[in-house]
Structure formats: C-alpha cells, structure tokens
Design a protein around this ligand. Structure first.
Ligand code: SAM
Length: 322
C-alpha cells in the first residue's frame, strides 16, 4: 500500500515537474510490482487477522454472557465472576514468573553464554528486500534464543546505517537483551582475536564442537550466495580462524550447504542444548534441502516467511515481550 502511495506521489511529482518522465526499466518495474504485491498481501493478511481477533473476542463475550445468564441465582453468578478473576490472576502471575525466568536466563547468558556474533558489515551489498529478510531473520534468531533453556550471548556488530534503522523500527527492539555494537567485531573483540571463529560454508576446517571460550561469527547476509566466498576472504584477510558446520558428516544435501543466518543460529542453539549435531541438523534443515526422506520437518527459513508462507506473528510477539 505504502509503495503504491509513494508511487502515486512520485507520478504526481513527475507531472508537475518540467523534466520529462523517466520510464522505469523492466527490472525496476518488476521489482516495484513484486513489492506492491507483497505489501498488498501483507495488508490483507493483517486485516484478516484483525477481523479474526475481533470475531473471537465477540464470540467469547457472547459465550460468557450466555454462561452467566444460564445460572439461576445472583450468588452463583458472583461465584463464577470471582472464579474467572482468580483464574486470570493466576495466569498473569504465571506469565510474569515465566518472564522473570526468561530474563534471568538471558542475563546469565550475557555473563556465561556462548558468544555468537552476527556480523552486519555487509549491509551495502544487499537490496532493500534482502535487508528486510535479514532483519526478519535476526528477529527470529532473537526469539528462538529467548525461548532456549540455555540461551547464547548474542551480539550484533557493525550495526549501522539502513540495517540499524530497520532494526530500530521493530517493536521492542530497544529492550532486546542482546549486545548491539556499531563497531566491527574486530574492534569489539580486539583483545580476543585468537578466539574469533568465522563460520562459513566455504571453510576447509570443519567445526567439531562449540568451544565456550570461542566467539563464533555469522555473516549477516541474505544474498542467495551471490557473494560466494566473501566471508571466507574477509576472515582470511583479517587473520581470523574459519570453520564450517559439519553438515557433510551427517547429511546429504540436495543443494548447497549454505544456510540462512537463522538456520545457523538455530543449529548452534540446538547443539548447545543437545551436544548432538545430527539431531540439530535434522531439526533445523528443511527436508527439501536434504536428500534423505525424513518424516520430521521443521522449516524455519524466514526468507520464506517474509513471502507469506508462515505466520511470523508469534515471533514478533516473542521479540516484543522481552
Ligand atoms: C546466507 S549465508 C551468506 C553466504 C555468503 N555468501 C558467505 O560467503 O558467507 C549467511 C551466513 O551463515 C553462515 N553459514 C551458512 N551456511 C554455513 C555453513 N554450512 N557452515 C558455516 N556457516 C554457515 C555464514 O556465516 C554465512 O555468512
């Protein structure tokens, strides 16, 4: 909707200006159309959810009133009202206890958790759709980490420019219990350079296990591997160790072994919990990316979610809550 409006405004502006209109290239037209379709679909989905919520609230209200009305005496009605209040109070207390525990876990992770860095220095290589996807992936990573029994100590480094602006637009982002740094990781961890390990599918070294002393870096990129080898080369130039996930030892992939940021983080978190690479891969890597036929499939590719395949409301809720 927004894009359509912006487009209309641009068109009006063009009519008023004395300069001749610059026709959009075929590629730009395609992109614009895609963006407009995406926005329209998003708005439609939002309206549907709003309508559904409204109907649910009305239904519940009706049910409650019917229930109250079916009771014979005022005393019974009062008892029912009181028990509902009590139930609500218990639920709220339980929620606030859970929230406290979550905060405690995240604060502990800041002190003792496995350090995992998302390197956001590649923003300039991505278009706005890719940046948007990356933001969704980061949001997803945060939500998964929050839910973890043993969360990691997450860092965003090189967090500047457009990516920072997009992240700041996420509701609740300011309160995220995560380290946000505008400086690059080489500066942030300049005294621990020997502990930095850049994770990259292009590395020759295979990650055997996670070392609590090490700081694992993940390239904050959504590039459909257009920039193949970019993280490996960066790490090499900086004299930083590299490693790839041991996917090949446990799985045959139908396509490349390059995973999305959120998939890598989810695998690391699963591994921290289970110390079992195979289980972690099977839980996170979508079946269509694997050769073997598996029954369990948990596809958490947020790029697809952004395209409307999955509902990201729950993720957003998690991110706002903490
Ligand atoms: C979408 S990939 C970016 C690919 C990019 N062209 C590159 O050269 O890294 C996002 C990040 O996830 C991590 N990653 C993806 N697959 C991996 C694998 N099989 N092993 C280790 N890290 C991986 C890397 O840190 C990578 O930069």
């Amino acid at each position: 909707m927004e894009s359509a409006q912006q487009n209309d405004e641009n068109t009006v502006g063009n009519h008023l200006s004395s300069e001749p209109e610059q026709p959009l290239s075929k590629n730009a037209q395609k992109k614009l159309l895609k963006q407009q379709r995406f926005e329209a679909k998003k708005a439609e989905k939002k309206a549907m959810i709003k309508e559904h919520k409204k109907r649910e609230a009305e239904r519940k209200k009706r049910e409650w009133e019917e229930k109250l009305g079916s009771l014979g005496s005022e005393e019974e009605r009062q008892r029912l009202i009181e028990s509902r209040k009590e139930l609500r109070k218990e639920r709220m207390e339980k929620r606030s206890q859970e929230k406290e525990k979550k905060l405690e876990r995240l604060n502990n992770a800041k002190l003792n958790g496995q350090k995992i860095v998302i390197d956001l220095e590649f923003g300039y290589l991505m278009n706005s759709t890719e940046l948007h996807s990356l933001v969704q992936q980061i949001m997803y990573c945060y939500a998964v980490n929050v839910r973890c029994a043993s969360p990691a100590h997450l860092w965003l480094t090189g967090c500047e420019g457009e990516i920072k602006s997009q992240l700041q637009r996420l509701p609740g982002y300011e309160k995220w219990l995560i380290d946000k740094e505008s400086r690059p990781y080489v500066e942030v961890f300049q005294d621990q350079k020997e502990d930095l390990v850049y994770l990259t599918a292009d590395s020759d070294s295979v990650l055997d296990e996670l070392d609590p002393k090490k700081i694992y870096i993940i390239g904050g990129m959504v590039d459909r591997n257009r920039w193949k080898g970019i993280t490996l080369n960066k790490a090499k130039e900086q004299g930083i160790q590299t490693a790839k996930l041991p996917i090949g030892s446990y799985l045959k992939m139908s396509s490349s072994q390059v995973l999305t940021v959120n998939q890598v983080i989810e695998i690391l978190l699963k591994y921290l919990e289970t110390r079992d690479w195979k289980a972690s891969f099977f839980e996170v890597i979508p079946q269509r990316k694997r050769c073997e036929a598996e029954s369990e499939d948990q596809d958490h590719n947020v790029e697809e979610q952004a395209n409307g395949e999955k509902d990201d409301l729950e993720i957003k809720k998690q991110c706002i809550e903490t």
